[in-house]
Design a binder for this molecule. Structure first.
Ligand code: SF4
Ligand code: SF4
Length: 386
């Protein structure tokens, strides 16, 4: 059975974070189990976009700092990085490192920020859907990867945590291409699992001290959640996190794909080492992107289910909509849209819903939270995947 450690940590006070993280890692055998003096360790943090830590979009710098210090006390060399949504460019990275607090972490600890924006092709023979793809060069040069994710809901994949965090080793707009290649969520989930398996982080950590609910991963609301989670197994970590958030693991494409590949099972098959007395379950607000699943609901009558499904795909699918009052016409959504379903009209972006693949990358990158998801009210009665 895979083990997941959960420890309460009420806030980002430096001492709390470092002590709690150290205790959590010791419950798994301590960092020295994986790291030797002189090892180059890449901390794959979540730097989705340039947001301040208080917005809970990115891994909090205090957690990154605590981990960096623990690694350096063991004599390791630390490099911090991610390839955020959108183009992978020097100026953009400078701004993102600055806003997310990573520049300060590097200054205060002596860790390096990753400025190597080159990518390398890899061949991963064990991949189910992805065998040939590109990763950041810096990832290949490191001795170990540590996965430092953030607990958030996610418009396309319901939640993002440890497994989805590894998607960021793929550079820049190559990620958007992947959305276009795998429009079916489970197929996309398999691609994420391929990337995670390739990266094989030695340990996965989740910043659940302040999490995000609702329109995640960037436009949701902050939840004071008070916990750090760690595990050697990113899938078990995500199962525990999804159950905690009130999301069925099978509605998370990465977990469904991992389950199909026998990489994980269910919460009952995870050994939980938790300091939370009253159980781990909470209920997060979910994204409005849940699609009606008539086949699941009316599975006993497959013909009726599939007719309903066809109707719903045409008329009832949630869709991105822009709020013209908030839009600054920055074109970030237009640049990232993998389906070329956005036209920059004179005033605001216009969506071509017949082309839209519902990846919600546009909402993810919008710096003004100007894109929201319209979900027909009728879906309240007909349900939706959760
Ligand atoms: S990303 Fe947001 S602010 Fe920028 S053009 Fe699109 S909707 Fe407007
Ligand atoms: S319009 Fe938005 S949701 Fe639709 S394909 Fe483009 S980025 Fe994805």
């Amino acid at each position: 059975m895979k083990k997941v450690v959960i420890r309460e940590c009420p806030d980002y006070t430096p001492d709390h974070v470092k002590t709690t993280l150290k205790e959590s890692l010791e419950a798994l055998g301590g960092l020295e189990k994986w790291i030797k003096p002189g090892d180059l360790v890449f901390l794959k943090v979540n730097l989705l976009t340039g947001k301040e830590p208080k917005e809970a979009v990115t891994t909090h710098p205090q957690l990154v700092k605590a981990l960096t210090e623990l690694l350096m006390e063991l004599g390791a060399l630390v490099i911090l990085g991610d390839s955020p949504a959108g183009p992978f460019l020097q100026g953009r990275m400078r701004k993102i490192y600055q806003l997310t607090g990573m520049t300060t972490v590097a200054k205060e600890t002596g860790a390096s920020l990753n400025w190597n924006l080159e990518s390398d092709p890899v061949y991963f023979s064990a991949g189910y859907r992805l065998k040939d793809f590109h990763v950041m060069k810096a990832i290949k040069e490191a001795d170990h990867i540590i996965n430092v994710s953030k607990m958030k809901t996610h418009s396309m994949t319901m939640m993002t945590g440890a497994v989805k965090n590894m998607f960021g080793i793929m550079p820049g707009l190559k990620k958007a291409e992947l959305h276009f290649r795998f429009t079916d969520p489970i197929e996309f989930g398999h691609a994420m699992v391929d990337i995670c398996e390739y990266a094989s982080p030695v340990i996965s950590i989740m910043d659940g001290i302040e999490a995000m609910e609702g329109a995640g991963p960037s436009a949701g609301d902050v939840v004071k959640n008070g916990m750090i989670l760690v595990s050697e197994d990113p899938y078990s970590l995500d199962i525990v996190a999804s159950e905690h958030m009130g999301i069925k693991p099978d509605s998370v494409p990465t977990l469904k794909a991992a389950r199909q590949r026998n990489l994980c099972q269910s919460l009952e098959k995870v050994t939980l080492d938790t300091s939370l007395g009253e159980g781990i379950k909470k209920s997060f607000k979910l994204p409005d992107t849940r699609e009606p699943d008539f086949l699941e609901k009316y599975g006993r009558w497959p013909v009726v289910g599939s007719i309903f499904k066809q109707i719903s795909r045409k008329h009832l699918r949630p869709k991105p909509v822009v709020n013209p009052k908030k839009c600054t016409k920055c074109k970030e959504c237009y640049t990232i849209c993998p389906a070329e379903a956005i036209d920059m009209l004179e005033k605001v972006p216009g969506f071509r819903y017949d082309k839209c693949i519902r990846c919600y990358c546009c909402q993810e990158v919008c710096p003004e939270k100007a894109i929201w998801i319209y979900r027909p009210k009728i879906l309240k009665w007909f349900g939706g995947t959760k």
